[in-house]
Design a protein around this ligand. Structure first.
Ligand SMILES: [Zn+2]
Ligand SMILES: [Zn+2]
Length: 386
């Protein structure tokens, strides 16, 4: 078979990426996107293309030789509820939704890898191309797993990537062990008795109690967790039913906590409940704590990190490959797959001038497309060596 010309492939991937960018879809609503992906995979001649896995997920399967090992390469397809600020001809055509995290680019990169591997092979075994829905919700991977992903499309290990603003295009980073954090959400409702602003003593208003509680919650990280553990507890909202001259009888405190170990997450919840009850009691109001776990921590397998660095050596300049200095307190739904098989998640530069992720001016950098596709191909060939 004739070798695919990489410049042609880059132009093609740029076209796909911009098409996806112009038609962003929110998590579990990626109907057009998944139909686009499935049509491309069929066009490339994959052995099997399954749609509707975990809602709008797509799994493509490509087999070569007779090796019985299988690896998975994963991309995410969903966009965010953000109004895009852009004058690009391919800007979002769906009001209030945009690809502000570069999942359009991740999808195009994995399609490029599928086309390359389908046309040129160079591996022995099975490659699963996983296009997951609803990464931003932290629900898409679970939906695919609950739909029998591991039973229907088994694989031994998994690799994924994310673009990183600030890192120059053509640069590669990852790290062994904890790489991205868990995300927990919490809501604390304080209930008292509201009343006249001029007569605080005749009720049990909740605003001063809520302010004290916001301050006391700062001691979880500073006084209750080990200094060796990385964690963040952020109160993000304080809402009451008070008004200009009426004290609130109800206050809601909402927030977000990040950590890298399940025990630390459990410790944050335990301390939060103690502090909420104690503070509420001191102010003679009642407290109800709801604590949920949205994303699990992402831990990279040390052996597969070595493999990822080796594969990166075939794609990136030696000086552009680095060990990420510290874990990121951002979260990734990819971590759910790592509950089932070992894997490695890596970061590719989106350029120093790139707007941050989830910013209304963000855009995926098409100059990075070929690096991502080539990394997927390199890791597949390395792990399924002929
Ligand atoms: Zn995102
Ligand atoms: Zn993302």
């Amino acid at each position: 078979m004739a070798e695919l010309d990489l410049e042609t492939l880059k132009r093609e991937m740029t076209g796909w990426r911009r098409d996806l960018h112009a038609h962003p879809e929110f998590g579990f609503e990626e109907k057009r996107t998944s139909a686009f992906v499935a049509a491309k995979l069929r066009e490339f001649g994959l052995d099997d293309v399954a749609e509707g896995v975990g809602g709008t997920g797509v799994v493509g399967t490509l087999k070569r030789g007779n090796g019985n090992r299988a690896i998975a390469l994963r991309a995410d397809m969903d966009a965010l509820r953000i109004s895009e600020q852009s004058s690009a001809p391919y800007r979002s055509g769906n009001a209030g939704i945009m690809h502000a995290c570069g999942h359009d680019g991740h999808t195009a990169m994995l399609l490029g890898a599928a086309k390359l591997l389908a046309s040129e092979g160079g591996f022995d075994g099975t490659v699963r191309f996983i296009f997951q829905p609803a990464e931003e919700w932290g629900r898409g991977a679970l939906a695919m797993l609950d739909d029998g992903l591991m039973q229907r499309f088994p694989f031994d290990e998994i690799f994924g990537l994310h673009n990183m603003p600030g890192l120059p295009v053509g640069h590669f980073e990852t790290r062994a062990g904890p790489a991205m954090s868990a995300e927990d959400n919490f809501e604390i409702v304080l209930k008292g008795i509201g009343g006249h602003a001029a007569r605080p003593h005749s009720g049990n208003e909740t605003l001063v109690a809520a302010c004290a509680l916001v301050t006391n919650l700062q001691t979880i990280v500073s006084r209750r967790l080990s200094p060796a553990d990385i964690a963040v507890v952020s109160v993000t909202e304080l809402i009451t039913d008070g008004t200009r001259n009426a004290l609130p009888g109800l206050a809601r405190i909402l927030g977000d906590a990040r950590s890298f170990h399940p025990e630390v997450s459990a410790g944050i919840e335990r301390q939060m409940r103690v502090i909420a009850q104690g503070t509420a009691a001191a102010y003679n109001v009642a407290a109800e704590v709801t604590y949920t776990r949205e994303f699990v921590p992402l831990r990279n397998d040390a052996e597969l990190v070595d493999a990822a660095f080796a594969a990166a050596g075939n794609v990136f300049e030696p000086g552009n490959i680095a060990v990420a200095r510290e874990p990121m307190t951002a979260s990734e739904d990819f971590a759910r797959f790592l509950d089932h098989v070992p894997g490695c998640f890596v970061f590719l530069g989106n350029g120093e001038a790139s707007a941050p992720l989830h910013n209304s001016s963000y855009d995926f950098n098409d100059d990075g497309l070929l690096f991502g596709a080539n990394f997927h191909v390199a890791i597949a060939r390395l792990r399924l060596e002929v």
